[in-house]
Design a protein around this ligand. Sequence first.
Ligand code: ADP
Length: 261
Amino acid sequence: LEAQLRHAQKMEAIGRLTGSIAHDFNNILTVINGNSEAFLRRCSPDDPRRPEIEDVQHAGERAANLTRQLLAFTRQEELEPECVDLNATITEVRAMLATLIGEDVELVLDLPPHVPPVWADAGQLEQILFNLAANARDAMPGGGVLGISTDNVRLDARHPGRIADVRPGDYVALSVSDTGTGMDEAVQAQVFEPYFTTKPVGKGTGLGLATVFGIVQQSGGQIDLASASGAGTTVTVYLPRAQTPAAPLPHATTRTSPPRG
Ligand code: ADP
């Protein structure tokens, strides 16, 4: 728990710093992108200056993309937890997930109807799905299978996995698996750290799993990881069930933002 608290505090500090930089940077980019667009609109198609300004525009777009991701990471939104049918949420975004992963990756869903609703913020559940699916896609450049499944799971204190401090109870498990590159031990130990990435500059921000971690913490859930080099990866998120009266609400020591006032 101590380690989780330290992680949450670190996320909080980094989040605030990142948010303010991203915000100011975005204003600067508005000027750069606005002017390069205006220039391209006005100049003739065979203007010799065109390729250079097009380069500026492309770089500006990439930078805007990056700041958007940073702002999404730091957005201090109030959570709106509600009773959510996780299977229905997955079904709703199925087409978007398929587009995200591309044609070379097969999407296989296993959504048993007996899975009870969870207590979570629906928008954040979607973000978890997209972040995990994007990582799975990146791990399978030559194609493969992305599996998304849900199940009813009882966690006990002896749960064999990477969860540091298992809070026993009944959960809904959301598993996202891939048949990709997998990760060695050293990478696995760092994946939830903000800004840890093994992807090239401009491709990875290192914020995907840190964001997932933060959302799961805030929702009173737990997260587990099973992976091995060359053998694919499964990320499992345990979410509190909605109808359990003792559903663990975000615990005071695990929140990622400080108390107000
Ligand atoms: P990013 O995707 O921007 O690098 P993440 O926090 O989502 O940031 O992931 C951090 C790192 O964890 C990745 O750069 C990659 O090395 C590793 N990783 C995450 N998911 C997977 C996966 N499904 N398969 C293999 N490696 C992964």
